[in-house]
Ligand binder design. Structure first.
Ligand code: MTE
Ligand code: MO
Length: 237
């Protein structure tokens, strides 16, 4: 799974799986519904939003509170730390959705709290067990009424960082936008007011200071801040 890059088109996947003749045939007769059905059975990145919202993926085992390592989470920020005005802050959820959202922090904090103790893993060679509390991204996306064309989520951050995720990881029940760390309000260096947290991806996928989540049917050429320096896109744990 982790070797499949988002730049692979359905035709390229068909070629990789030895179905290129069929892919070309489907491509040339413009029978998109059949082509899409074929794609859905062989392309792990082609899972439908409806299906993912209906059938949640298996949970990653969590750690007990006693396992938290408060000193082990190092601050890792590529540039400067943005200081966002909490009163003016809005999280935008837009793109391939029927109901775009623009939510205040009060609105986000009134949604159910998801809390989890998980391991954060940075490719630079350190890891830390952390408790994160926040709002389920799955629930936010559900409220925005995603269109069936959605395949990816794109995250913009206030420091200029950007990331893109596959839809299955975006809608994983343990993928959250966190506003708490180890039972306390999230410190600004760790991404306040909102940062991604999930036990299924490496640290660089977990954007801090997230201001916008855009659902997309295709990714732009800029995949993510570190990915654009050559780091792996899927970056699963
Ligand atoms: N906006 C933004 N998000 C970011 C980064 C960053 O520089 N800017 N660094 C990433 C990396 S490489 C890691 S390991 C984690 C570190 O999170 P922490 O500083 O809260 O420990 O944030 C990730 N998210
Ligand atoms: Mo990292």
């Amino acid at each position: 799974m982790s070797i499949i890059q988002p730049v692979l088109t359905r035709r390229r996947l068909l070629q990789l799986s030895g179905l290129s003749g069929m892919g070309l045939l489907l491509g040339s007769c413009a029978s998109t519904s059949i082509a899409e059905q074929v794609g859905a059975t062989i392309d792990p990145l082609n899972q439908r939003v409806e299906e993912l919202l209906l059938n949640p993926q298996a949970l990653v085992p969590e750690f007990p509170i006693s396992a938290i390592e408060p000193e082990a989470l190092l601050i890792n920020t590529f540039d400067s730390t943005p200081n966002l005005d909490r009163a003016a802050f809005r999280l935008v959820v837009d793109g391939d959705v029927a109901q775009p959202l623009s939510l205040s922090l009060a609105e986000i904090e009134s949604m159910p709290l998801t809390s989890m103790v998980i391991r954060h893993v940075c490719v630079e060679g350190w890891a830390a067990i952390v408790q994160w509390g926040g709002v389920s991204l799955r629930e936010l996306v559900r409220r925005a009424q995603p269109k069936s064309t959605a395949r990816y989520a794109y995250f913009e951050s206030a420091d200029g960082y950007y990331e893109s995720w596959d839809l299955a990881s975006t809608l994983h029940p343990q993928t959250i936008l966190a506003y708490q760390k180890n039972g306390q309000p999230l410190p600004v260096e760790n991404g306040a007011p909102l940062r991604l947290a999930a036990p299924i991806k490496l640290g660089y996928k977990q954007s801090k200071w997230v201001t916008r989540v855009t659902l997309m049917s295709q990714l732009p050429s800029k995949l993510g801040y570190w990915e654009d320096f050559g780091y792996e896109w899927f970056a699963g744990l």
